[in-house]
Design a binder for this molecule. Structure first.
Ligand code: F0G
Length: 346
């Protein structure tokens, strides 16, 4: 498959001067989840964004943002990140020959994501503060220095991320009834909504889905109707965000689509994370939030049977092995004999 700049070129801000940057991002699988579907009484599909080149949906937006930064003559890009954005920025900047600076909240990003940014050669600054503070800093730095900001407040990011909505419609032949996804800085839900509306205008689909955004209970300003949460807290560190930069767009997406925001506890997120893994799909904790949300709404009798639902699994579980291992006992070692192995299985 070609990368997104080629695949969806007519829908993207690609000019003859835009470098056709690509790591073959996008074209991720849509995987039916039979057991969860049966439990929920709906037709549930998982959009497995963890199979993007750096393991998250961020690659979709980053390929456009970095290509446009290169086109504009930038030599450095910068972002704040809970981990996935920094991995994507570092990879695409490296590929395009640009310098990359990332600010991360010290102690609150999954090890795999940090390893990626290191390996791709980014300059990493761990800030004693949370994501919201780091984002504030990079916005200021990009205003004062000739450095391109590649957080999702950069409109090129949402342009790229909207392609996931196109892929869903291309594959299903129509929009789902409901799109459920995790919400952190609120860029992705806004991008999907933009993508669905554009595809509707282009005559590629006939009905719009309802947008269901799920936040972690300890970091849920949108679901609680607040402007911000001062001290966001959740083990789903990817969405540990108290002041979503695209809150206004996300609220509009939910309102216009007749959707909803809700929040799920860390325990609910981890229960859903294990159920998704039992379908054979490994996602990171934040990505399990929409499945946790569907389970919660089902238990409350708010999920109508028979609907077609897509949950977006935004990131790969391999990025955060710590979360998987925390929940279980590490396997005990036994002697390398048949008896010992069979005895341990009894
Ligand atoms: N899921 C994952 C795995 C994420 O990494 C993020 C955001 C989200 C969901 C939420 O998406 O911010 O568009 O509402 N991660 C950003 C980062 C903040 O820095 O990697 P959103």
């Amino acid at each position: 498959m070609p990368g997104l700049l080629e695949r969806y070129r007519p829908y993207l801000p690609v000019t003859p001067q835009t470098p056709l940057l690509s790591l073959s991002e996008g074209s991720t699988p849509l995987i039916h989840a039979p057991r969860l579907s049966e439990h929920l009484g709906v037709e549930l599909h998982l959009k497995y964004e963890g199979l993007n080149p750096t393991g998250s949906f961020k690659d979709r937006g980053m390929v456009v943002a970095v290509a446009k930064a290169a086109e504009a003559g930038a030599d450095t890009v910068i972002c704040a990140s809970t981990g996935n954005t920094s991995a994507a920025a570092a990879a695409y900047a490296s590929r395009a020959g640009l310098r990359c600076i990332v600010l991360i909240p010290d102690g609150n990003i999954a090890l795999g994501k940090l390893a990626q940014a290191v390996a791709y050669g980014a300059q990493i600054v761990a800030v004693r503060g949370n994501f919201d503070e780091a984002l504030h800093l990079v916005r200021e730095i990009s205003e004062q220095r000739p450095i391109a900001l590649v957080n999702s407040v950069n409109p090129h990011r949402l342009q790229g991320q909207k392609t996931a909505a196109f892929e869903l419609v291309d594959e299903l032949g129509a929009a789902p009834d409901i799109l459920a996804l995790p919400v952190g800085n609120a860029g992705n839900i806004s991008a999907y909504w933009m993508g669905f509306r554009e595809y509707l205008s282009a005559g590629q689909m006939e009905t719009l889905p309802r947008m269901w955004g799920f936040q972690a209970s300890g970091a849920a300003p949108l679901a609680r109707g607040l402007d911000r949460v001062e001290q966001p807290e959740t083990l789903a560190t990817a969405i540990r965000i108290g002041a979503p930069a695209s809150a206004h767009l996300a609220r509009a997406a939910v309102q216009e689509s007749g959707g909803l925001f809700d929040h799920v506890s860390d325990d609910e997120i981890m229960a859903a994370y294990h159920l998704v893994a039992r379908e054979g799909v490994f996602c990171e904790p934040a990505s399990a939030a929409p499945v946790a949300g569907l389970l919660k709404l089902h238990a409350e009798g708010r999920l109508s049977p028979g609907q077609r639902v897509v949950a977006v699994l935004t990131g790969n579980g391999l990025k955060d092995p710590g979360s998987a291992m925390r929940a279980v006992q590490a396997p005990a070692a036994v002697d390398a004999t048949m008896n010992a192995v069979l005895a341990s299985l009894a």
